[in-house]
Write a protein that binds this ligand. Sequence first.
Ligand SMILES: Cc1cc2nc3c(=O)[nH]c(=O)nc-3n(C[C@H](O)[C@H](O)[C@H](O)COP(=O)(O)OP(=O)(O)OC[C@H]3O[C@@H](n4cnc5c(N)ncnc54)[C@H](O)[C@@H]3O)c2cc1C
Length: 284
Amino acid sequence: MIPASFDYESPKTLNEAITLLASREDAKLLAGGHSLLPAMKLRLASPALLIDLGRIGGLDYIRDSGETISIGALATHAAVAASRLLLASSPLLAQAACNIGDIQVRNRGTIGGSLAQAHPSADYPAAILALDANIVATSQSGERVIPAHSFFTGMFTTALRPDEIITEIRVPKTAGSGTVYKKFHHPASGYAVVGVAAVVRGATGKIDDVAIGITGVAEVAYRATAVEDALRGKPASAIAEAAKHAADKVEALGDNYASGDYRRHLAQVYTRRALQEALSSKRK
Ligand SMILES: Cc1cc2nc3c(=O)[nH]c(=O)nc-3n(C[C@H](O)[C@H](O)[C@H](O)COP(=O)(O)OP(=O)(O)OC[C@H]3O[C@@H](n4cnc5c(N)ncnc54)[C@H](O)[C@@H]3O)c2cc1C
């Protein structure tokens, strides 16, 4: 459980970090360390240089940017979970964040680190997809805005280029919609066996628009488009039938704890519950 030896740098500015990252192919960024350090101890990752982002000031903000809320990549899960701004204007990410791991993990882990890690059972991806959020990646070439739907490309794989650092996440405000994150926790790891994020806009029991992100079921989090298509413009009574399509055309993962069939079943049940709760929790 001892990692291979590595060089260590702790830049004070984003520019320094970007320059360091561009200078070495064998470098890796270190944020909260809650995914990278265990991987290094298991020798699943052996970067020759660690670039610690922890001393870069001003990258942990959560601020109002008009129609969106901007979140710095170094905002911890605990800060996201407790953010009054998010809870008031776009609560889905906070609802997901308070489900992550335990208090130690939430105090150290960062939103940028979690998104870059792209763990197939991580909580944020479901919410990021349902919100149609944007991820800002910065490199020596400048800023690149990556929409959520093209960010997660596979298990532990993203659209990030090797020289890019996630610097910001932009989430739309969800006034007028109900949002809910429902998670079936793995009893040992705490990760999502299945996690469903729902954004529902509607009135008097009718669904005008809906977005559903699902994590834990497949190699990569996805939008449950078959459920969404079956619900737009429909009454709330259509939810139970529509939720049965939550894992349509999805190749479900199976392991010692939960088979693919069980995950598919959980996806349907948790999608139904998330939608019913989101519709009844609609915000002004
Ligand atoms: C016991 C335990 C339980 C957990 N339970 C859950 C859970 O229930 N749900 C869940 O979602 N997660 C869970 N996690 C994971 C946790 O959320 C991690 O914090 C997260 O996955 C990684 O964030 P980090 O800041 O620790 O990143 P690090 O571990 O420092 O880095 C992870 C990866 O991202 C890269 N990286 C970091 N920051 C950036 C950036 N700004 N730009 C580009 N690349 C970057 C690193 O190079 C590395 O490859 C758990 C972890 C532990 C140890």
